[in-house]
Design a protein around this ligand. Structure first.
Ligand code: SF4
Length: 344
């Protein structure tokens, strides 16, 4: 289906990409370790925000071996603020798999790449095409949007069947010898021209054969299934301060933000007196509350309404790790959900 539009894409996009590509650090050296790290960072995060993280990560952990041997605390610190921390845990897992299964050499087939922890069809397609010249598509939201628009197809892009159809349609026209450039040209078009709102059709190399442009239906494509509502949860969070140290504890090893550092918290919204009582039960000798602030934090499937009490304490009780602000800044990667309270 839609062979005609797909078949015209490489001829239109490759010269445009050669003239318009942005100079990004992972493009300068399309080496699999670097492309992999960049693609995982770029999931859910803008290019501009990734640049600093990418440079710091590569400077600290320049090889697969370094990543496989990195300790968790260092990884969380390098990832602090990027969110979706399962991504960095999977990076380490996959690095260990590369060491064990492939002797430290990045695998060069799509199937072996896809079998690594945290690598889905998109990332496997990106690495296989960009680093190894294989005709594998990297289909993310940008590419789905371009495909839906140039073909004028209103099949919901959330459906696996639609995504597989688009991947197959693209892979049938992947140009031998320029697979990596074609993948990157599609990414670049989605990021800079075929924008979700207000696509820049006048500057688009595919404008001559784009069905959505011809029909004026760009704004309505792609079609998505209605979203499920996010679950709402309420939490009371404690910033317990004792001798200018702050209490941290670990999250459970399973579930959201698994294993990460956090501020102590309990479910629900506690009134000030109940919050002081909860702090007493933690054994920290709460002296006085200094402030309370309410902040939301939104994850993909859940929204936290958080009420944070900063409480001056007299006992650095066991059961918590008490750190200075400087130590926290240097060594403890705290998820944004909790870090936001330090702006107060
Ligand atoms: S012509 Fe417009 S809608 Fe069509 S692919 Fe280009 S930017 Fe997107």
């Amino acid at each position: 289906m839609h062979e005609e539009e797909y078949s015209r894409l490489p001829g239109a996009l490759l010269p445009w990409y050669a003239a318009n590509r942005r100079d990004l650090p992972w493009r300068r050296e399309p080496e699999p370790y670097r492309v992999w790290i960049s693609e995982i960072m770029l999931q859910q995060t803008r290019v501009e925000a990734v640049l600093g993280y990418y440079a710091r990560f590569l400077a600290a952990l320049p090889t697969v071996k370094d990543l496989a041997e990195a300790d968790e605390q260092q990884l969380y610190k390098l990832w602090e603020g990027l969110g979706y921390y399962s991504r960095v845990r999977n990076l380490k897992k996959a690095a260990i798999q590369i060491m064990e299964r492939h002797g430290g050499v990045f695998p060069d087939t799509y199937e072996e790449i896809r079998a690594l922890a945290g690598i889905g069809p998109y990332t496997a397609g990106a690495i296989a095409s960009i680093c190894f010249g294989l005709p594998r598509a990297a289909v993310d939201g940008n590419v789905l949007r371009i495909a839906a628009r140039i073909t004028g197809d209103d099949a919901p892009i959330d459906l696996q069947k639609t995504r597989e159809g688009i991947a197959a349609g693209l892979e049938a026209v992947y140009p031998a010898g320029a697979c990596g450039d074609f993948t990157q040209a599609l990414m670049e078009l989605g990021a800079t021209v075929c924008l979700p709102r207000n696509p820049r059709c006048a500057a688009c190399p595919a404008a001559g054969f784009c069905r959505a442009k011809a029909a004026g239906t760009q704004a309505g494509l792609p079609v998505r299934l209605p979203k499920k509502a996010r679950r709402e949860e309420t939490w009371t969070v404690f910033m317990l301060v004792c001798d200018d140290r702050i209490a941290l504890c670990r999250r459970p090893s399973e579930g959201l933000l698994a294993g990460m550092w956090q501020l102590p918290n309990v479910p629900g919204v506690l009134e000030p007196e109940a919050a002081m009582e909860a702090a007493r039960q933690m054994g920290v000798g709460p002296d006085r509350p200094e402030w309370v602030v309410k902040r939301p934090h939104i994850f993909t499937h859940v929204r936290w309404e958080m009420t944070c009490y900063r409480i001056r304490c007299t006992v650095c009780a066991d059961g918590f790790t008490w750190v200075t602000p400087a130590e926290m800044q240097a060594d403890y990667g705290l998820p944004t959900a909790f870090r936001q309270f330090f702006e107060e």
